[in-house]
Design a protein. Structure first.
Length: 276
């Protein structure tokens, strides 16, 4: 059965018109051409149609070449930054996963973990981390880079939850001492533990003007009781991109430092922004 025949059969079985399946992403005429095998569908289009029809992507692929097609689809999605599509393409197939597929699952899972963390979805980030670590352990092609990325994500999640779960030691052993991301995570860890001198050293080793560094500097200044300097750093941080947990942390400390300075208007503005 050709792709066009499959599309038409599934659509008719579900009682859908071509316009209903086409939606807004493609035209009805394009769907008609696909159903008559007069046009070729991209991976992105196939994934969209599988979602509209309520079937897995693999249902639209040829049986004898399903593994290769799923891998092609996953690779294309990964390169396009569509990590959910990459996972969907590979998880649709019941065939054994090859080494490249395992590596793609590992990398996409870790990227989704960071995205979930940035959105404040810690449980989703944890699940993605577990999937990424599992694939890293299975994939022969997974190397130091994947192990380091998983370790960074694991430590950041642990710090967000208020504990290190023994991740710090394993992570320190995995990374080079001068690596900037490592110093940022160490700064977070030392700030949480009240080890201000070590936090300051880590920040000096990773100094830049980005929002994360400004936020961490503001937290350090506040911990030292230097609230005016803390406010300046925190306000600079809020003008730059920050993930959801960091933005909340930044606004919370800005409110506390403003109260310490008896700047009640700024404290109110910070609280209002945090509530939004």
């Amino acid at each position: 059965m050709t792709l066009g025949e499959k599309l038409r059969q599934i659509r008719q079985q579900r009682g859908l018109t071509q316009a209903e399946v086409a939606g807004e992403a493609i035209t009805r005429n394009m769907l008609s051409l696909l159903e008559h095998d007069q046009a070729a569908a991209s991976v992105k289009t196939l994934r969209y149609l599988s979602q509209r029809l309520g079937v897995p992507l693999s249902a639209l692929l040829e049986e004898e070449t399903r593994e290769g097609n799923c891998l092609d689809a996953a690779r294309a999605c990964y390169l396009a930054g569509d990590d959910e599509g990459c996972l969907a393409a590979l998880e649709d197939t019941a065939l054994p996963l090859g080494e490249e597929a395992k590596l793609l699952l590992c990398r996409s899972s870790l990227r989704l973990g960071w995205e979930a963390l940035a959105a404040g979805q810690l449980e989703e980030a944890r699940k993605a981390l577990e999937r990424g670590r599992d694939m890293a352990a299975q994939a022969q092609y997974a190397g130091q880079g994947e192990q380091e990325e998983a370790a960074r994500l694991a430590l950041r999640l642990s710090l967000e939850k208020g504990r290190d779960d023994g991740e710090l030691e394993a992570w320190e052993a995995a990374l080079a001492p001068g690596e900037r991301q490592r110093q940022r995570l160490l700064a977070r860890y030392f700030l949480r533990e009240g080890r201000l001198r070590e936090a300051a050293q880590a920040l000096r080793r990773s100094q830049s003007a980005d929002g994360e560094w400004q936020m961490l500097t503001g937290l350090l200044e506040a911990a030292r009781g230097r609230h005016r300097e803390a406010v300046e750093s925190l306000q600079r941080a809020l003008k730059q991109p920050l993930d959801v947990p960091d933005r909340k942390r930044c606004l919370s400390q800005l409110e506390q430092s403003a109260l310490a300075l008896e700047d009640y208007r700024l404290a109110y503005e910070a609280r209002t922004a945090a509530e939004k």
